[in-house]
Design a protein around this ligand. Structure first.
Ligand SMILES: [Zn+2]
Length: 126
């Protein structure tokens, strides 16, 4: 499952919180994503582990904050999602839309298929 989809799905399970993956019956953007793929809301350390394992690209891909990019330089996506949730107060739906705009194409199951005429087309794998 793509991270953007997991955030959206998890956001339907409980209201939003800032500052924690889970708490007070709520979840942040990352907590929502984790819960969507089976992370247990009562176990934050292992939830972090589930999230890091499922979407390793979030720990290496660097992007400027979409809300304060002029000042912030670049950060790892994992930290930016927390930043958008906690500092900017973005809804999980908004954060998911941003994540969808920067997610690796492999997350969609797309692969590059070389063609004889030298042009490349993307083909959705089964
Ligand atoms: Zn920012």
């Amino acid at each position: 499952m793509k991270l953007s989809e997991a955030i959206l799905l998890g956001s339907t399970l409980r209201p939003q919180i800032k500052g924690h993956l889970f708490g007070d019956g709520r979840s942040c953007a990352l907590g929502a994503a984790g819960e969507a793929i089976g992370a247990q809301p009562k176990d934050c350390p292992s939830s972090w582990e589930v999230i890091r394992k499922q979407w390793p690209w979030t720990q290496v891909s660097l992007f400027p904050c979409p809300a304060c990019w002029r000042e912030s330089g670049t950060s790892k996506v994992l930290g930016l999602i927390t930043h958008l949730n906690d500092f900017h107060g973005w809804t999980r739906q908004c954060t998911a839309a941003w994540v969808a705009s920067i997610e690796p194409r492999e997350e969609e199951g797309c692969v590059e298929v070389p063609l004889d005429d030298g042009l490349a087309k993307t083909k959705k794998s089964a």
